[in-house]
Design a protein around this ligand. Sequence first.
Ligand SMILES: *Cc1c(COP(=O)(O)O)cnc(C)c1O
Length: 387
Amino acid sequence: MSNGADPFELASIITAHDEGNFAEAVVPPIFQTSLFTFSDYDDMIASYRGEKVRPIYTRGLNPTVRMFEEMLAKLEGAEDALGFASGMAAISSAVLAFVEPGDRIVAVKHVYPDAFRLFGTILKRMKVEVTYVDGRDEEAVAKALPGARLFYMESPTSWVMEAHDVGALAALARKHGVVSMIDNSWASPVFQKPITLGVDLVIHSASKYLGGHSDVVAGVVAGSKEMVARVKAESYPYLGGKLSPFDAWLLIRGMRTLPIRMKAHEAAGMTIAKRLQELDVVETVCHPGLANRLPAGLMGTSGLFSFIFREGVDIRAFADHLKLFKLGVSWGGHESLIVPGEVVLQQKAQPNSAHTFGIHARSVRLHVGLEGTEALWRDIEEALAVA
Ligand SMILES: *Cc1c(COP(=O)(O)O)cnc(C)c1O
């Protein structure tokens, strides 16, 4: 496997799909079609017999979606990738491709809440057990792995930002014959390439940094041909969470600027995290970039982190007074966002709603967008003045 392409090499993938039909358009067309017709009976039967690979029906293969998949695979240094209608479709299809009743999954604690809920509902009903471990504790991971089918990672986690040594954990999984997966949405392939660190499958919520413009919900799974083929064989076609051509086109558009956006999120996020850490009203800032060094394999940090206020701060007034940071879930777009932890902790009507995901009641999560560091810092200072 390659070491992961330089994002600027991606143009070659788009050109490779041009069989003379794209009129040298700088932006590839959207194959907004559900089906593809055959020139004659022989053409059709050759495709059905598998003698010829060509698009037949968009739930199976669509050229626009394929372009996105090839771009992402190349960025991650993976052999193949599959696009999905959401990050959760990617997670559920990837996990369900590998487990059977009676199997056990080892997962790092504080995974994305809906992944946790998938494990606690559908997988539980399927008699698949999940053991949670602290991914920073390699001994605990090594102890939990023997006999497990799957090791599910997310690093850094998306609220408390626990960052793991992904290569070391992947090596442990390999040693015990356990298939490893990681949700790499936070770092994006610009800052972490888990396939090159020995992880079997990488998953993204492409709704976040890959898309980057908050206008698409999508997901992707990448890995070796063999691993991706396992997903492609059953859960991908039969659960049917296929990425749409238009959303794939938006992702291709978004990924052109991924490295530039990630560097801007990193710089602004680091500056704001450091300044927050200096404030008397702030107890702790949870940002992997504030540690002495990043875990091996993590090459940079994104714009998503959280911090905990000291007692006595009016978090409601702080949130309501912010102008650039909007109250809103999700992240990874151009816009800055804030989520107060005490709001999330009151989320009702969800399976296992008592689970806290490590969220402190006085914490807030920030996504630092692209509005400009000084303007964002002024926004925070003005809101703090009334909090
Ligand atoms: C948003 C998110 C997901 C789920 O992705 P969707 O596209 O919303 O289905 C999974 N993992 C992480 C870390 C996320 O932030």
